[in-house]
Write a protein of this length. Sequence first.
Length: 616
Amino acid sequence: MCGIVGIVGQEESTAALINMLRRLDYRGYDSAGIAVLNGNGQFQLRKRRGELAMLEEQLVDDPARGTSGIGHTRWATHGEPTDVNAHPHLSADRSVAVVHNGIIENFKLLKQKLRDAGYQFQSDTDSEVIAHMVEQFRHQNPQATDVDIVKFLTEQLRGAYAILLQFADQPRRLIGLRHECPLNFVVSDGAIAVSSDISSLVAYSQQVTVLGDGQAVLIDENKSTVIDFEGNEVEPVVVTVDWNVEQATKMGFPFFLRKEISEIPEAARAFAKSVGAQADELCEFIETVQPEVMHLIACGSAAYSCAFAEGLARHWQLSQKVRWMLGSEYRYKPYPLSQNTLAVAVSQSGETADTIGAIRVATDAGAKLLGFVNVIGSTLDIKSDLSVHLAAGPEVAVPSTKAVINQFLATTSLVYQCKHESAKAIERWQQGVEKFADVLEQVIALEQHWQELAQVLSGHQSIFILGRGLDYPVAMEGALKLKETAYVHGEAMYAGEFKHGSISLVEKGMPILCLLGDSSIREKTISSIEEVKARGAQVVMLDVGIDIASEQQAHLQSLGSYFSLPTVQSNSSDLDEALNAISPIVALQMIAYHIGVIRDLNVDRPRNLAKSVTVE
């Protein structure tokens, strides 16, 4: 959830740390801080509650100067978001500084041991124990090496963590440790930079070293060494980032969220190419595994793409049994597993803790793992038997948009491939996605309509979204976007289920969005629309029906605000049906975005949220 950075360089490190943190503040913005070593070997600690801008203001009045340092942006887990609880934390003698992402599960026991030894704590965090533990270990073991420190910490700590340590007596030295939380570094001319996220490193180099679980990096001047937690030197994994730092800027848009919506069509085309490049590999993988059962596992928006695939598999009557489950549930109560199970995990970051925990359960039981992931070198990417890159490019806004569309396309491609069982199926899928991208451009071009609709809806605090069949997962994604982006209570409901209780909430003028994407049960959905209209609801319809009779269209227009979306018409009618059901997501994203803007909200940084949820 948090983001950590560090740098050893030749120039002033404060600006570099702030620039890296700026790329990471979507990981948490409860507080931010840096520790920079000055020429006298003293830590200059600057940290503030609130967004990164608060820390930047402090640094104007009270600058910190030095050529090495560490930094942190926080999403609070242990201890309230306060100045004192902000990272970095210093040891009692100010010889050790630490930043930490993750959760130390046994910190209470460790804290009590340190208190018994006379240590006093300044914060309520679990992270502060690390600084005191390292100080105590170094005092007790004056000849301890960096490897000794790594071994000591990893033997003592329980939980998930990425840690950066800096030492006052050795200003050109950093230690980074990774256990179930991401940590990466780059070596460039004059600097070694470390970060939780690749996005903050590409300004230095597009060749990024990704630490694996159970690995540490020892940095000394301009040298880096990767070791495992046993102290053995290991060959580092280096990935090439296929985007540049300019792509992670607003590029003239008022918000990252709006810019990223505009990039959806091109991201869809990029994903089609990504799948095409791996078509033979994907076909061979499925043929080799011969799955009888597929378990689709994800969290948040990605989970809805899994629900969509399950519905599609039922609709297409796949021979394989396809089931989806939230990662947070699967890791503790999974479906029955066997060696004939294919686990499919979907994640934008590839570091979602609940998803990673769930796939461990699946793979430990013998299941093969297919990953759909946007970040090359992430935990999911590394752990998958086959990893397919979502190719959505960097997403900076916390609410996901372009990655969501590619996740829906990803799970659709899998089900489509299983239905048709040939490389030709992937070719047809690619051609369909090319047409789909053109359709999405047209949906985005209807922005004035979405803006006007948002104006009408912005005064309401509760909105239902109804759909049947394939429309229901789309409704769930739309409801989540209303919550995240506009702070509106959005609730998705099966249209046929609404009358079994929830319709009691309908009163005159209550907005209800209705999706008409699943053509197989269109008439039933229209009946549900008529039911809520009869009870005074303010009905809004998003229709992607093909060849709609003019009489039916006129009838729908009489029921409320009616929007007929452009449709995909390729040479594969079953694929068209799936793609057309997905396209209302973009309209729902636009509506939620504009409601948030009308309400004067920071749609890029919703309260209490972080982009990458790397804690349980």
